[in-house]
Write a protein that binds this ligand. Sequence first.
Ligand SMILES: [Zn+2]
Length: 268
Amino acid sequence: MRLFEAIIDANHRAVGGDANAGLHPADFAEALPVIALTCIDPRLNALFPNALALPAEQFIWLRNAGNIITGPMTSTMRSLALACAVKGGREIAIIGHSDCQVAKTTTTVLLDKLKAVGVDRSRLPDNVNEFFGTFGSERQNVVKACNFARNSPLIGPKIPVHGLLIEIETGKLDWVVNGYDTLPASPLGQLPGMRFDSIGDLGSFKNFEMGEMKFPEMKIGDAALPENLVPPVTVPPPPKVATLPPLKITGKIPAPPPIQPRPRFPGR
Ligand SMILES: [Zn+2]
């Protein structure tokens, strides 16, 4: 059984009342850590990473309103790419949730709410839905996000991209896209014949030869200022910090106990 198959199995058993349900992370060390993209809904704070039966240090958590990806080269995609390349994430899970307020917000309501906080319609792009990536179906939104991530040239072909839905009142997880079944054949992580021609896509990269890109030796976040504009900085010596012991994955992480249904809060 592969990692997310074991996660969902343990989750279902735990939600079904099995007090012994859980995961032995050491059995899946090759697939950890996991990167999850979820919504910003605060009700999710109590669910993760327990719903996946993963230890916190093996759970890299990205969030945006509605767990939306609007294109293969967007800011969220760049964060997913860095989470893989810099933080060593091995599998990606895009996890939508039930009762998502983003899905319930129509364009008219969104414009009214933006206006109420001082954002006038005239300052927004014409196609507000496409711009914010708003959606009506959590399931379709997860499928769309998985397609963008799976076909993004920023994600390596060996990284599975899963799509899941979580029931916010019970913590129960369900498959939407099994990422083990959708690994691309192309070595570039780009499916044959795919084109980037929707919004939020390659943009200025369209006429760019990726193989010829030359990047200056700068750290991410460094500004490219002329030397005479860079103020001198005195860097204090680093404080002495006790060396942390190497991370050991041992024992069994219990899946969450059944979560008591909570009262539904009306959407704001
Ligand atoms: Zn949401």
